[in-house]
Design a protein around this ligand. Structure first.
Ligand SMILES: [Fe+2]
Length: 243
């Protein structure tokens, strides 16, 4: 699945892999590792649709209440429901989404489970990557890293916009931590930085369902509105600092 991940910025060279933000399970698709994950306690009960961290109308006008209600209430819910159906009665039952993603990322026989688990996780991360319109001030701890890796916040926004608008078909644009550097990635379909053990800081959903009701085919306008108004830099900073 990681072949669908496209690096946009390559300023970070020869840096060490950072620890992923969640889960301690090893990336393999064997029954043994699933059992070990269960024994280690990295398990959860049935997966639940997380509540939005803000009211459905609070991202307007950049993202309408109609889009947000459908995106969260139908699309995200379907991914979560599908995960629960697919793991029922299997060794994957009870595993955290992060564990499921890593367990199935390189297992073609589990592509359907990977896609739904990754989409469930990606959407939960996306909602938290956004916030109601704000002044957009980037906390100093994150701004220092952005300046070092991209030159400025505006330069990072341009790289994120390029990643989001040039991603062919469905996918995601990400700001990730790789060693001591920040990078921008584009991933296709359900793919995620978790399959590469990169630490995601924020993401933008560029599936058509994220913007089509509001912007039709004008993905660039949606991306611009999100970057200008809705990015939750505090959430990205929390992820940077590992809290
Ligand atoms: Fe989506």
């Amino acid at each position: 699945m990681s072949s669908g991940t496209r690096e946009i910025s390559s300023k970070s060279t020869k840096s060490r892999q950072t620890a992923p933000p969640v889960s301690s399970a090893k990336a393999s698709a064997t029954n043994n590792s699933s059992q070990e994950a269960i024994k280690s306690g990295s398990v959860a009960s049935a997966h639940l649709l997380p509540q939005l961290p803000y009211p459905e109308n609070s991202l307007e006008p950049a993202v309408s209440v109609k889009t947000l209600a459908l995106h969260h209430g139908k699309h995200h819910r379907a991914y979560v429901d599908n995960v629960n159906k697919l793991v029922t009665g299997t060794l994957f039952a009870g595993l955290l989404l992060e564990t499921l993603i890593r367990e199935t990322a390189s297992a073609p026989e589990h592509t359907q489970l990977f896609n739904n688990a990754a989409q469930a996780w990606n959407h939960a991360f996306y909602w938290r990557s956004l916030r109601p319109p704000s002044d957009g001030i980037v906390p100093p701890a994150l701004k220092v890293r952005i300046d070092a890796s991209f030159g400025s916040v505006d330069a990072l926004k341009r790289e994120l916009a390029a990643a989001a608008t040039t991603q062919f078909g469905s996918g995601w644009a990400w700001l990730v931590m790789h060693g001591s550097r920040l990078r921008v990635l584009a991933t296709s379909n359900a793919d995620s930085p978790l399959t590469r053990d990169l630490r995601p800081l924020l993401t933008i959903d560029v599936w058509e369902h994220a913007y089509y009701l509001d912007y039709q085919n004008r993905r660039a306008d949606y991306v611009s509105a999100v970057l200008d108004k809705l990015i939750n830099w505090d959430f990205a900073t929390e992820n940077l600092l590992g809290s």
